[in-house]
Design a protein around this ligand. Structure first.
Ligand code: NAD
Length: 461
């Protein structure tokens, strides 16, 4: 296997996982982040985000000298020494829903400046791989910014921009990076795409040491396309998955009206291979750092070009409706929420992550506060961060403490620990009517009722 010198700019969920996995494949990786505190922690082998297997991977590769970290001051050196530089900085939603590209722009200009300043000529062009989710067409924009950063040397620079969207799921990011369903790269330089194929060879052929056996895959499809299509693949994938969830939520609301059980319906339709069983969980809907912002950006791209994205609009409307249904389900059994105590079980936007960006829990906590209810929340890992983000929420560090004296509980995030709470103990510590709104249909309704809880799921009795 050919070893590459890899640079990664941005050490968040995507950048850090990409860097650690590239090092695990045997490449030499230098990561840059503007957050100096984060860099200091990472250099000492300490990982600031919660992601299964990431600690061990970072620690081992730092110790073995294949993975290093630097602050923004190290950008020029990393660019100079790398064959490939990944850009993995954040692209949060701006006021109008379109993606805020200021971090990507700052990094692109920095790369241009570094290339312009480097005195030694490159034997092969630098490949800049954009992993940040940027609107369709941004690949060209990144090239322009790199040239802009180089000032009057802009036209002499030797680099190629490739888009390689990231599909990892928070909560299983390391696993998804080593065993992806596909790798997508898009660009107009055949040479650059071929070089990336070599960089990813150990993943494509699944020849790297795993440690996560049994190895689930034998080979991984490597999709090459043009820039715009690669960027669109990312948006289309997320929009499809979010729409699939909104679809089952629409069906779930109809199930409630006709007395059907959405769990059976989802199972029944999911067995059709054209549909598939995943992303058919009815409940309080999607959130997190990707779906809301990517769909907002795609809708905004559509509107900028005079197209009305009716299906995407509907997916968002259904999702917003699901949050309101949590509140109406509470009101149906509690009457007014004024003065009522409500426990939120799980706060992260999904299990196995500490990420609270666009987490339904925060929205529900705000809605409860606005109606005069008092909310206590518990999460196995996201509690501390939630306490900072939701001042009205009293965060506790034991689920039964959140439930003590609560008139109702909302199961928000289906962590294993929360699915396995003991309904009898829940009922013992709660106050009547001991309502459980199961926002993820994660508990057994019969067992909950038998224990004395007033169980309300989504799309089922
Ligand atoms: P993040 O916020 O966790 O991390 C971004 C990092 O970039 C931070 O550490 C920040 O300090 C650093 N940074 C910002 N500006 C910088 C600069 N100018 N120079 C150096 N470092 C800088 O973000 P993330 O979740 O890793 O997402 C990164 C991108 O990948 C986004 O575009 C996102 O849409 C996309 N993406 C994320 C996921 C996911 O599950 N999180 C999945 C697929 C794609």
């Amino acid at each position: 296997m050919e070893e590459f010198n890899v640079g990664v700019i941005g050490c968040g969920y995507v950048g850090l996982v990409t860097g650690a996995c590239m090092a695990h494949l045997g490449h030499r990786v230098a990561c840059v982040d503007r957050d100096e505190g984060r860099v200091a922690q990472l250099s000492a082998g300490r990982v600031q985000i919660y992601e299964p297997d990431l600690d061990a991977l970072v620690g081992r590769n730092v110790r073995e000298g294949r993975l290093s970290f630097a602050g923004s001051g190290g950008l020029a050196r990393v660019v100079r020494e790398s064959d490939v530089v990944f850009v993995a900085v954040g692209t949060p939603p701006g006021e109008d829903g379109s993606a805020d590209l200021s971090s990507v722009a700052a990094v692109a200009r920095g790369i241009g400046e570094a290339l312009a300043k480097s005195t030694a000529p490159r034997s092969v062009p630098l490949i800049v791989v954009n992993k940040s989710t940027v609107p369709v067409g941004s690949g060209d924009h990144v090239s322009m910014l790199i040239r802009e950063g180089a000032g009057n040397r802009g036209e002499d620079l030797d680099f190629r921009v490739v888009s390689s969207p990231e599909f990892l799921r928070e909560g299983s990011a390391v696993y998804d990076s080593l065993f992806p369903d596909r790798i997508v790269v898009g660009g107009d330089s055949r040479e650059a795409l071929d070089r990336l194929r070599e960089l990813y060879e150990p993943v494509v052929q699944q020849t790297f040491p795993s440690g996560l056996d049994p190895r689930p895959k034998t080979t991984v499809p490597f999709v090459t396309t043009d820039l715009a299509s690669a960027e669109m693949i990312k948006y289309a994938a997320n929009a499809f998955l979010a729409t699939k969830i909104s679809f089952i939520n629409e069906i779930s609301n109809l199930c409630e009206l006709v007395g059907a059980d959405v769990s059976s319906v989802a199972y029944g339709i999911g067995l059709d291979e054209r549909i598939g069983p995943r992303f058919l969980g009815a409940g309080i809907g999607w959130g997190g750092s990707c779906f809301p912002k990517d769909i907002a950006a795609l809708r905004s791209t559509a509107r900028e070009r005079g197209h009305d994205p009716v299906l995407l609009d509907a997916a968002v409307a259904v999702n917003e409706g699901q949050r309101r249904r949590v509140i109406s389900k509470l009101q149906d059994d509690l009457g007014t929420l004024e003065g009522k105590r409500v426990a939120l079980l799980g706060l992260a936007f999904k299990p196995n992550t500490d990420d609270l960006r666009e987490a339904p829990s925060l929205e529900i906590a705000r809605a409860l506060d606005a109606r005069g209810a008092r909310a206590a929340g518990y999460d196995p890992v996201a509690g501390k961060a939630a306490a900072r983000l939701a001042p009205a929420l009293s965060v506790v560090f034991d689920p039964y403490e959140a439930l003590a004296g609560a008139h109702a509980a909302v199961l928000v995030t289906e962590w294993e620990e929360i699915r396995n709470l003991d309904p009898a103990r829940m009922a013992r510590v709660m106050e009547p009517p001991k309502l459980l709104v199961d926002g993820r249909n994660a508990m057994d309704p019969a067992a909950a009722r038998e224990a004395g809880l007033l169980y309300r799921g989504f799309g089922r009795g």
